[in-house]
Design a protein around this ligand. Structure first.
Ligand code: FE
Ligand code: FE
Ligand code: ZN
Length: 298
């Protein structure tokens, strides 16, 4: 039997959160990421009981071995404008609550952008903000998965040290974990384009952050150059990273239990997802080099 690969894509919740389950199922995903509300809005009315039940009891939900959430794009815990910062705190709190109601294990979050205040001040403010949010939600089980970023503009999180610093400074580090985005780390200057480079980057991740923190991988090829710090996702195999990185991730034993989802450009008919998943599954199935990629990383 071929081992079950935890593989899928980010899915739209248009029509209700349970619609994402049907979309994911229609293209045979075993993992998916969703927004818990419109990703370009600060706030939304609470989820209705009926919508929560429809999601939790959906018959096709069991086909998805991993479902997790991504926070909206407006949240910036390092925001320098007091109103934006207050909105960010409230918005993140509400999204964690929604994710918890849907029993999702974690909510992926971009750490924040310091907007000129400087890295140190920005990181400090993010620590305080996370503490405030988590202290305010003592019963919420959904964790925050900090995402590695490309480092575009003043975005923090482009170095593993940033994430390690945040984790080590918050009051409840057990409520934080990490999501690795292949396009972001590549654009941030961590080479993953060959097996040797990938192993080196992973060793660095393990040393600085710790391998147990990793809970999800975003599988995106990168349209922009290595180290460009510009965040543009590309279809798998069509960007600058190349297939070796994806072959390694799909095959390596270390990532078997880690959900891997696409965030590549797509339209409503999911045609592009189908194409990218096909590429990834073919990397998982062809036998050449399988033993090499499965050897335990040093
Ligand atoms: Fe993200
Ligand atoms: Fe991502
Ligand atoms: Zn990105």
């Amino acid at each position: 039997m071929t081992k079950e690969v935890l593989l899928g894509a980010h899915m739209s919740i248009r029509g209700g959160v349970s619609m994402a389950i049907e979309r994911a199922n229609s293209i045979h995903c075993t993992a998916m990421q969703i927004f818990v509300k419109n990703n370009m809005q600060w706030f939304a009315p609470p989820l209705r009981q009926q919508e929560i039940r429809a999601f939790l009891n959906h018959l096709q939900r069991r086909e998805l071995l991993s479902i997790f959430a991504h926070a909206n794009y407006l949240i910036n815990l390092a925001a320098t404008n007091p109103q934006f910062h207050a909105n960010s705190i409230r918005s993140l709190s509400e999204e964690l609550t929604r994710a918890d109601q849907l029993r999702l294990p974690f909510l992926v979050l971009h750490p924040g952008a310091h907007l000129g205040a400087g890295e140190e001040a920005g990181l400090e403010q993010i620590v305080e903000s996370i503490d405030r949010v988590l202290t305010g939600l003592p019963k919420i089980k959904t964790r925050i998965a900090l995402e590695t970023t490309a480092g575009q503009g003043s975005c923090l999180g482009s170095s593993f040290e940033h994430l390690a610093y945040l984790i080590s400074c918050v009051r409840e580090p057990e409520r934080l974990c990490v999501c690795l985005d292949t396009a972001h780390v590549f654009a941030a200057g961590y080479d993953i384009s060959s097996e040797a480079a990938m192993r080196k980057t992973l060793r660095e991740f393990d040393r600085v952050i710790g391998r147990d923190r990793l809970v999800a991988i975003h599988l995106n090829d990168c349209k922009t150059a290595f180290g460009s710090r510009v965040d543009r996702h590309e279809h798998i195999g069509k960007g600058r990273i190349g297939l070796d990185a994806f072959r390694f991730i799909i095959r390596n034993r270390r990532f078997h239990k880690i959900p891997k989802v696409l965030e590549t450009p797509k339209g409503k008919d999911l045609r592009e997802d189908v194409m990218n998943l096909k590429t990834l599954r073919s990397l998982a199935e062809s036998n050449d080099e399988a033993r090499m990629a499965n050897a335990s990383p040093r």
